[in-house]
Each structure stands twice: as C-alpha cells, then as structure tokens.
Design a protein around this ligand. Sequence first.
Ligand SMILES: Cc1cc2nc3c(=O)[nH]c(=O)nc-3n(C[C@H](O)[C@H](O)[C@H](O)COP(=O)(O)OP(=O)(O)OC[C@H]3O[C@@H](n4cnc5c(N)ncnc54)[C@H](O)[C@@H]3O)c2cc1C
Length: 564
Amino acid sequence: MATTAKKMTAAPGQPAAVQECDVVILGSGLAGSVSAAILARHGANVVLVDAVSHPRFAIGESMTPQLVEWLHILSERYDVPEIKSLSSVNACTRDIGPVFGTKAHFGFMLHRPGEEPDPRTATQLALPKIFEQNAHLFRQDSDSFMFHVACRYGCTARQYWRAADLDFDDNGVTVTGQNGEVFRAKYLIDASGFRSPLAEKFQLRESPARFKHHARSLFTHYIGIKPFDDVSGHPRTMRPPAPWHTGTMHHLIERGWFWIIAFDNNAKSRNPLCSVGLTFDERLYPKPSDMTPEQEFEHYLGMYPAIKRQFEGAHRVREWVSTDRLQYSSKQTIGDRWCLMSHAAGFIDPLYSRGLSNTFEVVDALASRLLQALRDGDFSAARFEYVEKLEQGLLQYNDDLVNSSYIAFSHFRLWNAVFRVWGAFISPGVMRLTRARLLYVRDHDDRHFQELEDTPYPGLWFPESAKFKQLLEATAETCEKYEVGELTGDEAADVIFKLIEDCDIVNPPFGWKDPEHRFIAPSTLTMARFLYWASFRGPEEMRHLGREFVMGVLKAGVKARKVL
Ligand SMILES: Cc1cc2nc3c(=O)[nH]c(=O)nc-3n(C[C@H](O)[C@H](O)[C@H](O)COP(=O)(O)OP(=O)(O)OC[C@H]3O[C@@H](n4cnc5c(N)ncnc54)[C@H](O)[C@@H]3O)c2cc1C
C-alpha cells in the first residue's frame, strides 16, 4: 500500500517544505484517478491534484465496447477490481448509484433543414445482448467514485489545487502549487486535458492542430427530452430494432451532428437528465459574436423539425459550454520524466465516442512501463516510445475516419458506406483484447498483454491488420475526392461499397457487406455465425483471432458470462 507524500521540513525563512513522492498526476478525471489508483495499488507514492473539486461536471459520457474491454483489462492486469464498477450500466448502478443511462446502440438519423427525416436514411449498430450493456456515464458521479478509489489506495489528494510551476531536472520534477505547496516527484503525468500546463510549459501544441477534421461544439444537460420514437412519426415497421432512446442518438446534419445521450433511459435510473450537444464544422458554421450559446443552439434546432419536437417542454439544467475548434494536437506526448495523457495530448471529435477508450489504452501502456521505471529508476523518454506512437496513432486514424464521416453526412449512401468501415472493425478490435484478457485470467502471464502492443499500426483499432488500414485510408481518399467534386456522392459510395465487398476481413454474418442492411443488430445466433466465420471461414488473420477467442471463452467455461 502506498504511503502519503514524505515531508521534508523547511527551515524558518526558507521556501515551503518540499514533499517527496514518486508520481504527481495533474487532473483527477477518469484518466488521472484510474492511473493514480493503479500506481498506488502497486506501492507507488502518488500525489493526485485537481484544479476543482469532486463532484464536478465532465463531458464524455457515451461508452463503447472497446472501452468496456479496456476497463476489464486494467482491472485484471493491475488488480484494481473497482475499475470494473464502470464497465456496464448494471455495475455502475449497483456500485455508484442509480444515475446512469443505458447504451443499447449507436444510432444515426439523417436530417435536412426544414424537412422531416426519411426513415430510410437511418443506420444503427445495436450492441449484442450477450455482452454486458454499455452505460451512458454520468461523469460527475463516475469520476468522483474513481477519485475516491484512488484515495483509498493511498494517494495524497489535493482539490482546488493548481500547478503554478513545473521544473524538470535530471533527477526529477518539482511541482509548485499556486498555494505555495511543493511536491518533488520522479515522474509527472499530465491528465488535465486541453489546458495542459505541461503542453504550455514545453510549447507542445501544434498551431493549428495538424488534423484534417474541423469542428466546434455546444453542449449542456437537459431535463424533459422526449424519446425520438415518440416524435419521429415513423411507422413502427421502419424503426430500428433498438428504440432510439435506448442508446446514443446521433442526429446527422450537413457537416455536423446533434447528440442526445440519455441518463433517464434505464429502469433503475433516478436521473431525469440527458446530455445534449451539437458538434459542427466551424468553417461552415462560424461562431457568432451576437448570439448566446442558447440562442445559437435554438437557431439550429429550429431548422430540424423532428429534433425540435424532442425538445418541446424540455429545458437545460446547467450552463452551456461553447467551444472553439475542438481539435488540438501535440508534436510530442512523452518526454524524460513526463507524459501528456491522452486527452491532454490531443482530441478529434466526440463522434464514435472514442475518447475514453483511447484514454484507457494509453493508461494501460503507460502504467506497465511506469511501474517498471519506478523499480529500476529509468524514466527516459526512450522507455515510453510505444506510448508516444500509440497516442499519435489513435489521433491520426481517428482523424481519417471522422473527417470522412463528416464529409459523408451530406449524402446518405456515402454515409451508409462509411458507417460500415467504422462498425465492421469494432468486433475484431474488441476480440483481440478479450482474447488477451481471457488468456491472462488463466495463467496470469503478463506476456498476453505485452503481445497486444507488438503490432505494426499502434492506434488503429485493429492494429494488426494491413487490410483494415488500407480500407480506412482508401475510404478517406474517396471521401476527400467527393469533397472536392472529383467524384459524385454515388460514385464515392460505389467505390467504398466495392472496397468493403472485396475486403475479406469484413465479416458477412453481421450484414456489413449488404448496403440494404442498415440496422446491424447481431442476435446470439448471429454472434454464433460470426464466430464460426471468424474461426473457420474468414481469412487467416481472422481465423487465428477467432479460434483463440472461442477457445478462451470455452476455457473460461462456466465463468464465461462473467468474463464477457
Ligand atoms: C464535446 C466532447 C464530447 C465528448 N464525448 C465523449 C464520449 O461520448 N465518449 C468518450 O469516451 N469520450 C468523449 N469525449 C472525450 C472525453 O471527454 C475525454 O476522453 C475524457 O473526459 C478524458 O478524461 P480525462 O480524465 O483525461 O479528462 P477530464 O475528465 O477532462 O479531467 C481533467 C481534470 O483535470 C483538471 N484540471 C484541468 N486543468 C488543471 C490544472 N491546471 N491543474 C490541475 N487539474 C487540472 C480538471 O478540473 C479535470 O477534473 C468528449 C470530449 C468532448 C470535448
């Protein structure tokens, strides 16, 4: 168990006493608190500071299957069982409180100004029921919970504590707070997000951000939002299998999208709120100087009658956040004795909800190396080189996908194609993680997790696959040709559908290869067909993964439901 930071008293008239520790973490959001809990659980002396106090509002509420698997991995690999409390809506509700929403699907409905949405221009990926149901995280409570877990493992915590100065030398880093308190650490993790003091100190930000994608955002929490099925006017036969309100609702518009993330959509929730936001390309929708965020949101809401009906009688319960361009990037994310944690390193867009999954993948890669460094004293950047590659890769590949998606929002067939390039690789991306975890649960050999990093394309969500990388890059290229008018929307869609058809690692059982199959809702039988295809019919790289996954599940035996 970690001990609290050791104090070295100062002589009278001398500067403030310096408290020695192993690691200082700036920011006690999920990234900071989970990292702190892991390190402290393994005996590190950790100081975890935050500029504000829990509970506090945070954005980033929608989960993904990949995130769920990373939570399980962190919990098993570092023996911090409390991390599993975030892994499903049931676990969150049981261990934290009845305030979390359920996430049964990713749902996408296309809208045009002044028009009713056509039910044939919708796509949905319903998450298979054999997996535990993802949650809509009510971040003020999930984050507060994890912060207290970190404290329970022995971290020294400070709230309303802001770093005024960071001073690195060969032997460590001295962190001085605005209140004059001083910590001396061997390593610094900056998990403070966009306004990272470390990025500022070393001038790490690229200006402008290097990404192709552009968007800004308006967001808040509302009460009284109506389920979309109640107001869409669409006949039941044309609705998707999972009701819209049971998952993350994306209302797509030209180069933008509204989100509705419900916390009031599961039977046990006592939370009446929904997270609401609008993210859109600031080049097409410049930020006005003569409107409040509320007026601006109302203005755009008024253009889309069906979305507007969802908001009738609803009102917001907190102030709006109105951002400038959301994208930021850093030329370097790792240095001698420091790391810019994922959300401090860069950001693309909330589309596809990749933020927390990226965050925990980075936490995993960093924690394994940092624990080793604390044992042998080597904190050089070279040791953490993989973390740098991973952080940059996660952003780069996501930029390709999100930029393509925004381009495609203006043409349904093209969107329908890009939707498949995103969705088809969720399963293999998760399976490789689950396989490693199931192998680890059996023999507790850390090698299974180390092998996950031995890939040619860190940051790609199926990082072993050159075919996936090619498909993603060809999709981006095709969308960009449509954007500049070299291809029509239909031509671009045809190109991508053909690429998907020809790509043998895109699985047929889910329906990814069939453009008419707009609602992907794998039943248990479909999952069985998929696993059969993955193990025996797919190309070699899928067969290997499929067989080992199935063997892992079978060997986990009666515990299978728990381990999935
Ligand atoms: C509009 C938007 C929507 C998003 N939606 C999703 C989503 O649906 N799903 C998803 O997975 N991800 C989403 N993300 C990404 C997600 O928000 C982040 O990945 C996630 O919050 C990262 O957690 P974190 O702990 O790194 O940062 P945060 O939760 O932002 O925590 C950072 C902490 O650092 C503290 N801090 C800041 N400055 C200092 C300082 N100088 N000193 C000390 N402490 C400081 C803050 O007070 C805060 O508590 C979204 C992001 C945005 C911008």
